[in-house]
Ligand binder design. Sequence first.
Ligand code: BGP
Length: 478
Amino acid sequence: MSNVFPDGFLWGGATAANQVEGGFHEGGKGPNLADVLPGGKENRLKLLSDTGFDFEMDTDKYTYPNHEAIDFYHRYKEDIALFAEMGFKTFRMSIAWSRIFPKGDELEPNEEGLAFYDRVFDELAKYDIEPLVTIAHYETPLHLIKEYGGWRNRKLVEFFERYVTVIFNRYKDKVKYWLTFNEINGATHMPLFGLGFSPENEETRLQDSFQGLHHQFVASAKAVQLGHEIIPGSQIGCMLLYAPVYAYDSNPENVLYAKKESLLFNNFCGDVQVRGEYPNFIDRYFQENDINIEMEDGDLALIKEGTVDFISLSYYMSRTDKKNKTPEELGQGNLIGGVKNPFLEASDWGWEIDPKGLHIALMELYGRYQVPLFVVENGLGAYDKVEEDGSVNDDYRIDYLREHIRAMGEAIKDGVELMGYTAWGCIDLVSASSGEMSKRYGFIYVDKQDDGSGSFDRSRKKSFYWYKNVIATNGEEL
Ligand code: BGP
């Protein structure tokens, strides 16, 4: 088989600051959203769907796993050396906004925070690993949440602009690839993560989420403009949580329903950020749900001018759905709803495993937008067993990744332009939705357990050697 992956394909791995760094009050960093999210699956999942979270910590009752995370803050050299050993061409990471602006609304940045990322980028450069930087990954400064109500407040656009101006200027010679808001379209499902607010009640959830999204669209467009000005040749992408929606059966009513759900979930944000316009279909949805977006003069023109250079996406699962569901059919563990797909198996966390869904996702996205795509998250969260000799034989992870990489190859054969692939959680990290360490994604095992115990030592899993060879053969040997 001749090689389907183009030369220069950006193989690598992905993380987010709050899930790896730790050092939560070191180097002048201020607290952010992730610092007040308790550990434990039930606690976290409840928060994500709940209303009225107060953003206070209760250390008697809960643990806070992101405080230490996996201590990348102190161990980044060792970790980057391991990424280099695997042959990474790129490393996706985020900058924690509250390391740069501890409260978020200051006028002057925190030099220690800036210097930390200088060191990380310099370390990556030693090994020719290209950084791919997410500007906002579920880590809004806590002060902006408590004082301003998160992204519902227009003020955040201004604070964000200050933040991106500082980081673009500081890192202009070190970082070429940027992403604005992680999984921006997840906002209406989980406003807590992306928008930094917990709805007061179900009635205000949609209105506030779409208003917050509008502010992020404006902020993202502004960032694209600034990035292009400050860093000539930079590539700035949006980031979508993409889950193709399948109709449960061929009943046209269900097909239509699935189509509409997909437009709303998968395409609304992309339409705004890639095409630079609110799509026509959203008018009806806004009317029917009584959603009124406050816009300022110039917002729509800015959105039109600040369209992204490429689309990045996370892909974990597809969604199967039908118009009329019984309560028993609902949910089924997939984070984004839907009903159980009888053809698919699920992970231990109930996430349905569907490599073909990635092929479909890439074809849908490329067909609609015709801009380069970048898969910046994909992977299997699983319980790993450490053998007596210290090895981790994670064949299940290899199987999962192999099939998804194959699916990307098939999409490339179908004409999709794909820039790269960064496997999520290339080193074990704190799970976003459950706060657990035991939901592991890594090629590199980290000896830290759910209760926070462990040596934090790193070791290579079987998948480490497998992925190294995948990269070395540019995806030819899977
Ligand atoms: C995405 C997030 C990541 C990440 C991943 C896996 O939604 O962008 O931050 O954590 O999902 O999810 P989880 O950690 O819940 O398994």
